[in-house]
Design a protein around this ligand. Structure first.
Ligand code: FES
Length: 123
């Protein structure tokens, strides 16, 4: 295996919801998101804060406008797919790493593949 890959136990990530690891000299965090896994470099696109390792997670709270103009807020289906940077509050969609406030900004993704009871994370 190349030094650019790390293996982690699937159950450990599922139990904790996230797992921090070192990969290619960078901190990468693997997340269990609903029934799948994603990983991102632990660097906020704003000013480099530890968004993945220290950010809090919550469900995606959004809204729709009714025909009569009323705004109806609601939680989108799915689990805790939004992570919030602890430094200045930027939020990211863990499904794709994209910033909710500025969709031109995103977290750097790592690749996650399944190998039996392990995940192989690579940059
Ligand atoms: S460094 Fe993450 S919001 Fe500013």
């Amino acid at each position: 295996m190349s030094s650019e890959s790390v293996r982690v136990n699937v159950e450990d990530v599922q139990r904790e919801g996230r797992m921090e690891l070192e990969l290619g000299g960078r901190t990468v965090v693997v997340f269990a998101v609903d029934d799948r896994f994603v990983a991102y470099v632990d660097t906020c696109a704003h000013l480099g804060g530890p968004v993945c390792s220290q950010g809090s997670r919550h469900r995606f709270y959004t809204a729709r406008v009714q025909q009569d103009g009323r705004v109806e807020p609601y939680f989108a289906p799915g689990g805790e797919v939004v992570i919030v940077c602890p430094w200045h509050g930027w939020e990211y969609d863990l499904n794709n790493g994209v910033s909710l406030a500025d969709r031109t900004k995103s977290l750097k993704a790592a690749t996650v593949t399944h190998d039996r009871d392990e995940l192989v994370v690579s940059l």
